[in-house]
Design a protein around this ligand. Structure first.
Ligand code: GLV
Length: 307
């Protein structure tokens, strides 16, 4: 089987994906964009394994039967109007990535709960000052998004004894009342039109004074100016941000040096090439085994919903 592997990764990143994929699927012939476009190959390419490929990459492949994303969030992939309609799109659901996300969320919640970000600041200022110590079950955490990652995070925080509740848009729950007693908000929503800008002034105002925000999903969920205003007027206490409107975060951006913001470089949870290659292998094997029938692919995206 011929499969296109392409994305916005650099040479070494592609090579390392290729090694993992070749190990998981030795029977596949992996093509790059130029090879796939070759008149001899184009009609034989049955699947494309992609990491936010350049616009237009998947055109001219008449027998494409699967687009498998290496990214968990498919917002950028689906925003490409040239993506062939009618070809199933599967997203990455990588157990190692879910575990990594749960670790980052736990670190952020624990650090907020126990004041570790404040203590790090105090060390710079040589300040010896002890903050009150609350029990985990006194800390209310609200996890927005109950997909694979949101659920993994919710479970991990519950195990640690936090007072956690998950929010799912698809369950039709209204968001603002849900935030009324939220001390720590962790965002893991998919980025879609209805969730764009969801972390805005209205959302922050719905949270009690002293609450904190952890955004581990997409930069476009957050209205950056509203966050700065809520921190600066003392309503919000702290924000832990892994994702930004513009990445890498520009040098002159106020988030870098804000004392109440902790910046991560979109590193909360990276796809693990070894386990992700196994997920790709499962879907490509379903394709080869299905004959002419539509395979029952895993982790299919509903293109109308955007996730
Ligand atoms: C990372 O942000 C991903 O969507 O895989």
């Amino acid at each position: 089987m011929k499969v296109l592997l392409c994305g916005d990764f650099d040479g070494p990143a592609r090579a390392s994906w290729l090694t993992a994929l070749q190990q998981a699927l030795p029977e596949v012939q992996w093509l790059d964009l130029a090879q796939a476009r070759d008149a001899h190959n184009a009609s034989q390419v049955q699947a494309a394994v992609v990491a936010n490929p350049p616009s237009g990459s998947l055109q001219g492949l008449p027998n494409l039967r699967l687009i498998q994303s290496l990214w968990a969030g498919v917002d950028r992939l689906l925003a490409d109007a040239t993506l062939p309609a009618g070809v199933p799109v599967a997203r990455m659901v990588d157990p190692a990535m879910n575990a990594a996300m749960a670790q980052t969320a736990l670190w952020a919640v624990l650090s907020l709960h126990r004041g570790y970000f404040a203590y790090a600041r105090q060390q710079q200022l040589k300040q010896w000052h002890v903050h009150p110590q609350r029990r985990a079950d006194e800390v209310t955490v609200r996890v927005l998004g109950q997909g694979q990652m949101g659920q993994a995070v919710t479970q991990r925080l519950l195990q640690m004894g936090y007072a956690v509740q998950g929010f799912s848009r698809s369950a039709g729950q209204p968001l603002l009342p849900f935030l009324a007693d939220c001390q720590i908000l962790v965002n893991l929503l998919p980025l879609t039109e209805p969730t764009r800008g969801v972390l805005d002034a209205r959302c922050f105002a719905a949270m009690p004074p002293g609450a904190s925000v952890v955004n581990l999903a997409r930069g476009a969920h957050l209205v950056e100016a509203d966050l700065l205003a809520a921190l600066d007027r003392g309503h919000l206490q702290h924000a832990v941000l892994d994702v930004f409107q513009t990445e890498p975060l520009p040098n002159e951006h106020p988030f870098w040096s804000h004392p109440q913001i902790t910046v991560l470089p979109h590193a909360a949870a990276m796809t693990d090439e070894r386990s992700a290659a196994q997920v790709v292998a499962q879907n490509l094997r379903l394709l080869t085994q299905s004959g002419d029938a539509m395979p029952a692919y895993l982790h299919l995206v509903d293109r109308s919903l955007g996730y």
